[in-house]
Design a binder for this molecule. Sequence first.
Ligand SMILES: [Mn+2]
Length: 462
Amino acid sequence: MPEFVVSSVKYVPKNLELCTLIGSVPVQIYSRALAEPLDIVELSASDALSQLDAKHITGRKATSEEYERLMSNALKALPETRPVQKFGIKPLDEAFSAMGPKLGQVAERIVRKFVSGAPIIFRFHNDGDGASGAVAIYKALDKLGKEIRLSSHNCIWTMNKGVAYTMQSLSYDQLRLSQFHSVEKPLLCIIDFGTLDESIPVIKKASEYMDIVWLDHHPTYDGFDYGEALYVNPWLEGYGSDVSAGAMACAVASKIANAKVKDLAKASLLSDHSSYAKEEPETLKLAVILDAITTDSSSRSSNVNPKSIIASIEDESVSRSIFSEAKSQMDEAIITGMQHLKVHRHAGFVIAVLDYSRVSDSAYNFVRHGRFTSIFSDSVEEKFGPSVTIVHNRGLASIRASKILSKRLSLLSIIEKMKGDTDYILNGGGHNEAASVKLEDEYLTEEFLKLLEKEICINLGD
Ligand SMILES: [Mn+2]
């Protein structure tokens, strides 16, 4: 009778286990017996369709060498990983052909954990970029799973509210891992966030329990240490933030299972204001919807995951109403913002400041401070020319610089300098054309704005 090795056990209700077995092919089967990782089980072809019982468990254990041999055979039998799909955007396709080997390693690691049944926690940034990446990888694993008849019961999807991987996130992740017992280490997959100081010690701690693959495109900095993670960032490969994290995840998705995700990659570029983005109507619509779903404050408590996102996108009437609602709320907020804007003119540029409390309204469930600032800054630039737009809200300042200025202006180094010169900046970071700063207290806003304006003027030589 064919022998299999238990590679993963998931504890499910009704005293059942969902076991992943590795043999000539991987198999998922429910078990009433207490199977454990590395148990050798004997299953006939007909058994493989039913349930695992005590009589199937041989009492023998596989060595890790035996497990490795079976696993690598199972992986060899999979459909081959494909080259990265061409997205039809020249600089992006060039970047991905240079980054191909690293993206391939990410795809391989995800596929291996997927097949082994070890838990994979996907954490994606709560914006259109992060969400497009998560949806792309979800689609790829769904496709692969159908091809090799495995469910994605071991994939756990979480929208990450914020830009750091925090201790709270790690404890929550550990809690969810406790449902599994697997030969292979669990995997944490981070999409579109995390490149900042707060994450470093947590990532280090997390590597004790999980392997980590990490796709981010926020600028790295001196002293940033991604530890043992498989970290892919275009800044380390000779490119920059214009290569969106969502598009990187789409590249990985195309390698996993040749998933068709060109539309998602394009939407991620638009959502993140990448200079590679093209304003095509369908792409624009998808980007607005992804931004809206990940912003929707009315659904903040419920879990937004790729499955629910796909359901909304694919339902014609749902997606149409989200789109028009999101667009009209944003348009209205922008008009209000322009009415309350304070503009300071300097030589060749303006600094535009807005108090977000003038705009924010609980009725605007699709409008969020950061997203608003990005779109608002476009309107400011349209009206006043090259500009730095600062929108502050309860001690959090969101800053955007016109592309033409961001070549000379380094927001990130200004923020670094201000961190050193003052004692009231809690944290700050982002990209050189889009950043945010959190202050110790709201009442320090005036002082902060004055200093920031001074530093920008020095930096731009005014
Ligand atoms: Mn991004």
